[in-house]
Design a protein around this ligand. Structure first.
Ligand code: ADP
Ligand code: MG
Length: 581
């Protein structure tokens, strides 16, 4: 128990640091609460030691309704993780929970994976075996030089930690209302995305009153309320959604098809699109983007020159490359703007995307369109690129894939669009009719040619050689790690994910990294392709929890759930992979 643990720590005091390894194992910390040490740091400067707490749900005092479904569990655990983080990082709370005032400036010796504004399934907190809350965190075990400071360690683990546990992992009447609101809001948001969008025939919804702009480019918290203009739907796009909680939300519904967001520079176009991109996630109450929902298969598409491409059929967009390089199974270690954008689209389709989002700011201009004058100067036979404007309708009509585009300059798109929304001082206006009448009074002269049918039907299954992925994974001493959100070190190579803007937490990148390793070990990769293997892995995660991402069976506390689409995207960007034959 707790006394035993305290005693051991006092005995260790003054001993050499590796003696801390005796902590490995399990300790009854307090009533209904077990503390586990899984890994002990080898010295005070190494990454901190990994620990877990298990609290019996039946003793925790939380209402069973708070965790009675998967999405409620996600929301419940998210709330507890945030609270654990606050309690261990807030100087004031630290004092009230017995921090003793000596804990370090970086938030002390207890730490947990810090969540973003989004509510994701994470391994920092899980419900296990339907009867425990498991919280995974790290402890920096104190030392003077390399000598164990047993008193301090005992104070962290047997005084401070129990206070944190009592505060976070047992129901508190003062925040029970907030916890219930958190769970209810997340469940309502999830329902809106997964059920209401479909029922109302929409691909996206933006709630009235939403605060879309962020406080800065580096800070994802909402812009100050006094500065932000709240979202307000145009009348023609108004829609009301009834939520499971009985509440109703009103806002702008976007139907399937081709939707343009137009408007002057600085009027809020990119801000709206960026909010839609992360509309695949639920957000914490107060974020401002609650009930900004996008079809869960929505993918942000941009140009990404320099990326690696392996075996992608980009021929719907790119043909007749100089020197006869074929584009039905295109490979390059260094793609151009337009070929990378084409590959991003084809891979998104392969991964099941039904909505594509593109901001003209981040697109390759020659990929988006070619105007009449350029069509005349450079004959189509000399131009490898068939621009997006030529294919966007068949993408929708034949594949059911909608597009939402921010367009500031290319009015030719009026001709192929179903909806034109103009952002005017941060307020949307439906200008579809005006745009259509302009398109007919001022013909662009653009020749739109019909796409051959079935043009997107080929090559939905790319077969990758699993041994090549394993070889890469094992190269460079087999290190698989993540330091920043956008980069995975995979063996001796690096995978750059920075163009995938829908990865919102470094912990998702970590989960993607171990997922790639697990997928490399699937022999069916050669036969069934990337999509099938990613689906297989995700169905294991659905049947159990996020630990299933990691084939090494470790219980890490710093994974967050990525979509299958992002795992697919990461594997597609891996350099040096072979196609299986
Ligand atoms: P655009 O893409 O049309 O050029 P942006 O979306 O980049 O414009 O927005 C320009 C600026 O306006 C940004 O600094 C953004 O934070 C701010 N902004 C966007 N939407 C709002 C809003 N609803 N209220 C207040 N400021 C906003
Ligand atoms: Mg912009």
């Amino acid at each position: 128990g707790r006394e035993e643990l305290a005693q051991l720590l006092h005995q260790m005091s003054g001993g050499s640091y590796p003696r801390y390894k005796d902590l490995i194992g399990k300790w009854g910390l307090m009533d209904a609460t077990t503390l586990f040490f899984d890994r002990i740091q080898s010295d005070p400067y190494a990454p901190p030691s990994r620990a877990r707490l298990r609290v019996e749900l039946s003793s925790s005092g939380f209402d069973t309704d708070l965790y009675s479904s998967r999405i409620r569990q996600t929301a419940f655990c998210d709330f507890l993780t945030r609270k654990f983080w606050r309690v261990t990082h807030d100087a004031h709370m630290d004092r009230t929970t017995g921090g003793g005032g000596w804990s370090g400036p970086k938030g002390g010796n207890l730490n947990i994976d810090k969540p973003s504004q989004h509510v994701l399934e994470r391994t920092s907190c899980l419900i296990v075996d339907d009867c425990f809350i498991e919280m995974r965190f790290t402890v920096n075990l104190p030392a003077r030089g390399r000598t164990i400071q047993g008193q301090e360690a005992a104070s962290i683990l047997t005084e401070r930690l129990p206070n944190v546990v009592a505060e976070v992992l047992f129901a508190q009447s003062e925040d029970s209302q907030k916890l219930l609101q958190h769970v209810t809001s997340i469940e309502d948001q999830e329902f809106t995305r997964n059920v209401s969008l479909g029922e109302h025939g929409l691909v996206a919804f933006v709630c009235n009153g939403a605060v879309l702009p962020r406080s800065s480019g580096a800070d994802d918290e909402p812009m100050d309320e006094s500065a932000a203009v709240p979202f307000e739907s145009p009348e023609s796009l108004f829609c009301e959604i009834e939520l499971p909680s009985g509440k109703k939300v009103q806002g702008m519904g976007i139907k399937p098809g081709i939707s343009l967001i137009v408007g002057g520079g600085f009027h809020g176009k990119s801000t709206l699109l960026a909010a839609l991109e992360v509309g695949i996630y639920n957000h914490i109450p107060g974020d401002g983007r609650e009930f900004v929902c996008l079809n869960k298969t929505g993918v942000s598409i941009r140009a990404e020159d320099g990326r690696s491409i392996t075996g992608v059929n980009i021929s719907p967009f790119i043909n007749n490359l100089p020197f006869g390089k074929k584009t039905t199974s295109f490979c390059t270690p260094d793609a151009s703007g337009s070929t990378s954008q084409a590959a991003n689209i084809i891979e998104a389709l392969e991964a099941g995307a039904k909505v594509l989002l593109t901001d003209e700011d981040l697109a390759a201009t020659n990929f988006m369109m070619r105007d009449q004058r350029m069509q005349q100067l450079v004959p189509s036979s000399k131009e490898p690129i068939t621009p997006m404007i030529q294919r966007i309708r068949s993408l929708y009509e034949e594949e059911g894939v909608s597009s939402i585009l921010v367009i500031g300059g290319a009015g030719d798109y009026f001709e192929v669009s179903d909806l034109v929304v103009m952002m005017d001082c941060y307020k949307p206006r439906d200008v579809t009719n005006e745009a259509k009448s302009i398109a007919s009074s001022f013909p662009s002269g653009l020749k739109l040619s019909d796409s051959p049918s079935d043009i997107f039907k080929t090559n939905k299954k790319r077969l990758i050689a699993s041994d090549s992925v394993q070889r890469i994974a094992k190269s460079g001493r087999g290190k698989i790690s993540v330091r920043v959100k956008g980069t995975i070190e995979f063996g001796s190579t690096e995978i750059d994910l920075s163009a995938m803007s829908q990865i919102v937490e470094t912990s998702q990148t970590r989960a993607i990294a171990v997922a790639l390793e697990s997928i490399a070990g699937m022999s069916v990769l050669d036969r069934d392709g990337i999509g099938a293997c990613v689906r297989k892995l995700m169905s294991e995660v659905d049947a159990t929890n996020l630990d299933a991402m990691n084939s090494r069976g470790e219980r890490q506390g710093n994974y967050a759930r990525p979509r299958a689409i992002e795992i697919h995207g990461a594997l597609s960007r891996l350099r040096g992979v072979d196609l299986s034959r």
